[in-house]
Design a protein around this ligand. Structure first.
Ligand SMILES: Nc1ncnc2c1ncn2[C@@H]1O[C@H](COP(=O)(O)OP(=O)(O)O)[C@@H](O)[C@H]1O
Ligand SMILES: CC(C)(COP(=O)(O)O)[C@@H](O)C(=O)NCCC(=O)O
Ligand SMILES: [K+]
Length: 259
């Protein structure tokens, strides 16, 4: 079994694989204070709930929060007697080139998304990931990560409105039927929903203009289906893109004799 771990700034997701089959996916909030033992209590309890006898032979981690990696390393070492691969570290090989300005520390989740997108769709891709931030990752025709765009996340934008304006409540994102809101909540939801539809269309279009070619736009992340079902902005929606990419990178390291 392979354990793939994706730590975003908001949530940490564990996926357990048997070959290319997902056995289960577990989600918790991201917290650097969480100890190796606390991960084990959570993981082993839920695994038992799913009726799985864990037999983990490999672990690969992508983390946008550097501080959480330490305890995850201890967790992996203590409970599986394994050294995890950590995306972004020099000892973790990638099957794609990374062509950005020297010294840039690209978010590992963005590299993983690019690997996953390229392995499923080939090159010339734009991957839009709705996490804490809304990111656009651009893959060249040979799959290389060549940069992208970082915009505020959908929930972050809603939270910022609430925090900064005394009269604006906390609201959840939803698809508003109309653009013109006739109450405060509807006005805010319209601003965010249609604002992001515009942002995705405009940025994708400009990336294609800049590259002077047509590109496939892949949406991923929790909120992608909400947009896709009401205002199609992607060519494809992928539920588990980051986890798929982690598995591809792990297999690549195995093939290269790096494990
Ligand atoms: N299906 C969903 N519906 C509504 N909100 C969601 C959904 N999935 C994730 N979110 C919210 O989107 C934000 C980003 O979540 P997530 O994708 O886990 O981000 P990250 O990868 O940066 O940790 C969080 O505020 C989370 O609560
Ligand atoms: C842009 C991000 C904050 C997105 O993180 P997420 O929304 O998945 O938590 C993350 O990829 C990151 O910290 N990137 C480093 C800078 C860069 O990618 O250029
Ligand atoms: K993410």
């Amino acid at each position: 079994m392979l354990l793939t771990i994706d730590c975003g700034n908001t949530n940490t997701v564990f996926t357990l694989w048997n070959g290319d089959t997902v056995l289960c996916t577990l989600r918790t909030s991201t917290a650097h204070q969480r100890t190796a033992d606390a991960y084990w209590v959570w993981f082993s309890t839920l695994i038992r709930h799913h009726g799985i006898e864990p037999d983990v032979e490999g672990v690969i981690i992508s983390s946008t929060v550097p501080r959480v990696v330490f305890n995850l390393r201890v967790f992996t070492d203590r409970y599986f007697n394994l050294r995890p691969l950590v995306v972004g570290r020099p000892d973790c090989l990638l099957p794609i080139d990374v062509r950005v300005d020297a010294g840039t520390q690209v978010g590992p989740d963005r590299l993983v998304n690019t690997v996953a997108g390229y392995s499923q769709y080939g090159g010339d891709l734009i991957i839009v990931d709705f996490g804490t931030a809304t990111t656009f990752d651009v893959a060249d025709s040979d799959g290389a990560y060549i940069g992208g765009v970082i915009a505020p996340g959908v929930n972050l934008s809603l939270e910022a409105l609430h925090m900064a304006a005394a009269a604006l409540p906390h609201v959840d994102i939803t698809h508003p039927d109309k653009v013109i809101g006739t109450n405060t909540v509807a006005c805010m939801q319209s601003g965010i929903f249609w604002g992001y539809v515009g942002l995705i269309k405009e940025i994708s279009g400009r990336i294609m203009d800049e590259r002077a070619r047509d590109m496939k736009v892949i949406g991923t992340g929790g909120l992608a289906p909400l947009f896709q079902s009401h205002a199609p902005v992607f060519d494809r929606f992928e539920d588990n893109l980051t986890m798929h990419g982690l598995r591809v990178i792990y297999e690549h390291n195995k093939e290269q004799g790096n494990l």
